[in-house]
Ligand binder design. Structure first.
Ligand code: SAH
Length: 284
């Protein structure tokens, strides 16, 4: 059987496919529905879907919940599938004061809030890396934030727009805002005001909490891969989530992440077979 890294033969993308990790089955399905030619490769107990999305070669996969599951999936994407960059889309609990349910947070920094090897290392520091915060490439963060703003613009959500089927007011949601900043990850679903306060106390600039992003970031650092983490806020990490989680993922987070992924794919520079980088497609 050929090594899955043979996916690196697409002349349109000589450096390797784009890895897309989705946190929820509904999100993955929304991506697969738009991949005309996807083929399944099983590895490490996971199903990786190779194909094309928006004209780009991609490998899409369900992350698995929690840091170990996500790190395993990211490692396979990097090492077995030879991806050239890795995107993570999912939902998160909002912790920043103005981060509301239905907003989107793009990570410019990621940290494992439950990593504490003190007194050997300062709290939160990743042993061996000498830092606690990992930073995706600034240019990619900007590209992702721009793609989110475009995908979820008032026009996109208005009648006649591609996301007009999402009735935000029926769901009790505001128009989405895009935040860029610190996302923290840990092996804990944070759903008490006390735990949320503790995180804000230790990390006053935290915007959102989830269970995978910082682990994926650490794997990408190890492999020298650019990465992006983008999260739709599904709850406030306390007991007061006012939108049903499953319903939120199905009716809001999945269409959002699909629209964001498509906008980002469209914005990426195209690499010609000779390695020359073409400008992104004009918006149509
Ligand atoms: N109901 C889901 C479980 C979701 S677990 C199921 O049965 O599959 C929560 C997922 O959403 C994790 O992947 C995590 O990254 C993210 N998440 C959303 N809100 C969170 C919060 N308040 N704390 C931690 N993770 C959260």
């Amino acid at each position: 059987m050929p090594h899955p890294a043979d996916a690196r033969t697409d002349p349109a993308n000589p450096s390797g496919p784009i890895g897309i990790m989705a946190a929820m089955p509904q999100e993955l399905q929304a991506l697969l529905d738009l991949m005309p030619d996807e083929s399944r490769v099983q590895r490490g107990g996971r199903e990786f879907w190779r194909g094309h999305l928006g004209g780009r070669e991609v490998v899409a996969v369900l992350s698995g919940i929690g840091k170990v599951a996500a790190a395993t999936t990211a490692t396979l994407l990097a090492d077995a599938f030879g991806v050239s960059q890795l995107w993570f889309t999912g939902v998160a609990g909002g912790l920043g004061a103005d981060v509301r349910v239905g907003d989107v947070v793009v990570a410019s920094a990621l940290l494992q809030h439950d990593l504490d090897a003190s007194p050997l290392f300062p709290r939160h520091e990743v042993p061996g890396l000498g830092v606690s915060r990992l930073h995706p490439p600034a240019a990619l963060v900007t590209q992702v934030a721009d793609a989110v703003a475009e995908a979820l613009s008032p026009q996109a959500l208005a009648p006649g727009g591609p996301l007009s089927h999402i009735h935000l007011d029926t769901l009790g949601l505001h128009a989405p805002r895009v935040h860029t900043g610190l996302i923290v990850s840990g092996d804990q679903f944070v759903n008490s005001a006390e735990d949320a306060d503790t995180l804000r106390h230790h990390l006053p600039d935290v915007l959102a909490v989830e269970m995978e992003g910082a682990a994926v970031a650490q794997v990408c650092v190890a492999f020298g891969l650019p990465y992006a983490v983008v999260r739709t806020v599904s709850d406030r990490a306390d007991a007061s989530a006012h939108v049903d989680f499953e319903r939120f993922v199905r009716s809001v987070a999945s269409p959002y992440s699909l629209a964001i992924a498509m906008a980002l794919l469209k914005a990426l520079p195209r690499v010609a077979p000779d390695g020359a980088v073409a400008a992104p497609q004009a918006h149509s």
